[in-house]
Design a protein around this ligand. Structure first.
Ligand SMILES: [Zn+2]
Length: 109
């Protein structure tokens, strides 16, 4: 059996951390953009920061969605079930990442 209270705490904690990281990234990004001077190498830097920022944001947003989904499943009483085939997700999988929402088979498909 899973300790749902403990998992919920972990998920809530990670959710909070990701939100804070997203805010930090956004602030840093705005700082870089506001330092616009027009020099070509700086524009290249800005471009790099821009694509790096959007990539980071995308990864974090996806993780955030995954966590929200897992939290919702705890509430619904379906935690540990695959979103796709509705069978149990392997415990070994959940031990590695307690926010996974699909079983091994479905994650490959
Ligand atoms: Zn499945």
């Amino acid at each position: 059996m899973f300790n749902l209270e403990e998992i919920k705490l972990k998920l809530n904690k990670e959710q909070q951390e990701i939100k804070e990281t997203l805010e930090e990234i956004q602030l840093e990004f705005e700082e870089v953009v506001s330092e616009r001077t027009g020099a070509t190498d700086e524009l290249a830097d800005q471009y790099e920061v821009k694509s790096e920022t959007s990539l980071q944001k995308k990864i974090l947003s996806n993780r955030l969605k995954q966590i929200s989904r897992a939290l919702k499943k705890i509430e619904e009483g379906t935690y540990g079930k695959c979103d796709n085939c509705h069978l149990d997700i392997e415990a070994s999988r959940l031990n590695i990442d307690y926010a996974v929402n699909v079983c091994r088979k479905c994650s490959r498909g």
